[in-house]
Design a protein around this ligand. Structure first.
Ligand code: KG4
Ligand code: ZN
Length: 309
């Protein structure tokens, strides 16, 4: 089964063509350079860019793939920026009408979860052993899901305020490290080692499996505002250590309650080096997407459509 996946929920415009779970083609246009001067995504600008970018990507798609070979078309229907989602829907709907192929709606977060099964070579095939527990961490979401099978995906817990990626981006902004902040903070963490880190306290949530990142972010902002000669590398290092340890502690607690047979890590923040290494220690059977499929992409939407009935 060959599926074309279309993603445009946030600031990436992307097409992916996937045969079962194997990626045949994957390309995208990121809007990071446009939004970075504002320190975050501007929805109105994002919609306008998606229109231009889809025009470019459709031209590219026509030259790279025989569209008659596509069996189905899948698109991100929710959650995301309303204007951006609607442009993706219009493109998906037009292509499905033109090619006379079924149209499938996919939840963006289910796409992130199943990005962990995308492969490029047949021999790399991976599988999820159910029940599974998925940690989805991105610029807009921090959630744990329980998967009973490909269709029964239940939300276990969520952030009660900011998403972890959003906190990385805000901390990076105050430290003047640029946008998006996650990769910049991660790079500082990789390049340094401190025995004595700044002791930020871990937020407490009414439901112990939920997350809260706004308190942690505020502590970092207060530290920067209230201290002279701040060592921004030490602040970045301490923030990454505390926020990832906090995430992992919550996930370990969820494992002890749900007893999954496998675990999945996904979303933009799953590119984080320390998170990846700590996550692998929590279970013997783990799935993590390849780096290039951690951020938003069309291939993850296509594979989700293939796996779900
Ligand atoms: O999934 P994604 O591409 O977009 C959303 O749906 O939000 O995630 C983007 C987020 C940004 O907040 C970015 O700072 C974060 O993922 N990110 C990272 C790393 N790479 C990207 N956060 C921490 N460490 C990284 N290495
Ligand atoms: Zn995403």
């Amino acid at each position: 089964m060959i599926i074309l996946g279309i993603e445009s929920s946030h600031d990436d415009t992307s097409f992916g063509i996937v045969e079962d779970t194997k990626v045949l083609l994957h390309f995208k246009i990121s809007q990071i350079d446009i939004h970075k001067k504002y320190g975050g995504t501007i929805p109105e600008l994002a919609s306008r860019e998606h229109v231009n970018n889809f025009y470019i990507l459709i031209e590219e798609l026509k030259t790279k793939f025989d569209l008659n070979k596509i069996d189905k078309i899948a698109y991100t229907s929710e959650p995301g920026l309303i204007g951006s989602l609607q442009i993706g829907y219009l493109v998906a709907h037009a292509l499905s009408n033109l090619l006379n192929k079924d149209l499938i709606k996919i939840n963006h977060l289910h796409g992130h979860i199943f990005s962990s099964l995308l492969i490029e070579h047949e021999e790399d095939k991976k599988e999820i052993i159910f029940p599974s527990l998925a940690l989805v961490v991105s610029g807009g979401h921090s959630q744990i899901y329980e998967l009973k099978n490909f269709n029964e995906i239940n939300l276990v817990s969520s952030t009660i305020d900011d998403a972890i990626g959003e906190a990385f981006d805000k901390v990076a902004r105050v430290l003047k490290l640029g946008f998006p902040g996650g990769p910049a903070i991660d790079q500082i963490f990789i390049n340094n080692h401190y025995d004595n880190i700044i002791n930020f306290t871990k937020p407490i949530t009414p439901n112990e499996l939920d997350f809260s990142f706004s308190g942690l972010k505020t502590q970092v902002l207060n530290y920067v505002n209230n201290n002279k000669d701040v060592d921004s590398q030490l602040v970045a290092y301490s923030f990454q250590k505390h926020s990832i340890d906090y995430l992992i502690d919550k996930f370990k607690k969820a494992i002890s309650i749900y007893h999954p047979k496998s675990i999945i890590l996904s979303g933009g923040v799953s590119a984080n080096s320390y998170l990846r290494s700590q996550f692998k220690k929590t279970h013997t059977n783990y799935l993590i997407p390849k780096d290039k499929y951690t951020t938003d992409n069309g291939a993850m939407i296509a594979i989700a459509a293939f796996l779900k009935k």
